[in-house]
Design a protein around this ligand. Structure first.
Ligand code: KG4
Ligand code: ZN
Length: 333
């Protein structure tokens, strides 16, 4: 079965072809980073316009690299939400139109479900059930995954997402956008020398809060203008990673689950991967993570989630609409 995945929720226009839910035949990503970096963040209106320009060539390239014709595709999976509505509409309208003219079934896929299943693009695949941390620019949440389509929310951020904290701190430090890789690069040359606060919230809480640390970094830099930038970045990164790792381990312990999955753009962070691996080893927990290129937004993960949804799919719903936020505790996978 060949699934064409389409992703356009934020600033990446992406398409991928996945065979039988296992073999990735192509994975094309047109990034808009250069367009948005001068504004220090994604400008929604510009992003939608660039998706419009990129979507057709990106899909054509994905089919070409996979060595297939559109008529050979068995199902189309498109990101339905959460994300920027104008951006999502480009992918959704395109996917519906493709489906309508070809008769190929189309399914809408939740972007977070895509992140949760991105680990199945790797060689080392987790058994169900597992606990997953999804840390990205828009989300920092912990999930219980029972199977390919059943995910339960255990904790979420109450303010900024982890990636958003990286992006905002990088902007305040004048490093640029997106902040995650830029902070990580500075941090690799610095020491964890400043004790920035960790926001643990209530003792048993699996929620996150990252807005306080952002203020702490700004205040520290203001009152210590000579401070080493790499040290600030290393200490900030350590504080964020510490909370992400300990809360994920707590979720695994509370549920007696011994497999942990790391996903979302922040999961590309080397220090997070290393610290999570060390702590999971100490706790006797097996850890699984996608390769860094499958942590950040891509359409291979959407094709993966779509493949599993298509197994139980009903006729295409051409009335389906995009959504900006996930509200349900259980994801509409
Ligand atoms: O999953 P993603 O590509 O898009 C969303 O769904 O939001 O995540 C993007 C986020 C950005 O905030 C970016 O700064 C962060 O992931 N990120 C990183 C790293 N690479 C990307 N954060 C920390 N370290 C990284 N190496
Ligand atoms: Zn994402």
């Amino acid at each position: 079965m060949l699934v064409l995945g389409i992703e356009s929720s934020c600033d990446e226009t992406a398409a991928a072809v996945l065979k039988n839910g296992t073999l990735l035949l192509s994975n094309v990503i047109a990034s808009q980073i250069q367009i948005h970096s001068k504004y220090g963040g994604v400008v929604p209106e510009l992003a939608s316009r660039h998706h419009l320009e990129a979507i057709l060539p990106v899909v054509e390239e994905a089919l070409q690299q996979a060595g297939i014709e559109l008529t050979q595709v068995d199902g189309i999976a498109v990101t339905q939400g959460p994300g920027l509505v104008g951006c999502l509409l480009v992918g959704m309208s395109f996917a519906k139109a493709l489906s309508f003219v070809t008769g190929i079934p189309v399914v809408g896929v939740d972007h977070i479900a895509g992140h949760l299943l991105s680990v199945f693009l790797s060689e080392k695949k987790p058994p169900f059930p597992f606990i997953a941390l999804v840390a990205s620019g828009g989300h920092s949440s912990i999930y219980h995954a029972a199977d390919f389509r059943t995910f339960r929310h255990l904790g979420r951020t109450r303010d900024d997402a982890a990636g958003e904290a990286f992006d905002k701190v990088a902007k305040l430090l004048g490093l640029g956008y997106p902040g995650g890789p830029l902070i990580a690069e500075q941090a690799s040359r610095g020491k964890n020398a400043i004790a920035f606060p960790r926001s643990w919230l209530e003792p048993e809480s699996l929620d996150f809060s990252f807005s306080g640390i952002k203020t702490a970094v700004v205040n520290h830099v203001k009152s210590n203008p000579e401070v080493s930038l790499p040290d600030v970045c290393a200490s900030f990164q350590e504080a964020v990673v510490d909370v992400l790792v300990e809360k994920t381990i707590r979720a695994a312990r509370n549920t007696d689950i011994t497999s942990v999955v790391l996903a979302g753009g922040v999961a590309a962070n080397r220090r997070l991967r290393e610290h999570m691996t060390n702590r999971c080893n100490e706790e006797g927990i097996a850890v699984f993570m996608p390769a860094p290129e499958f942590c950040t937004d891509n359409a291979a993960m959407i094709a993966m989630a779509g493949y599993h949804k298509l197994q139980i799919a009903t006729p295409p719903d051409y009335e389906m609409d995009v959504y900006s936020r996930s509200q349900a505790a259980t994801l509409p996978s």
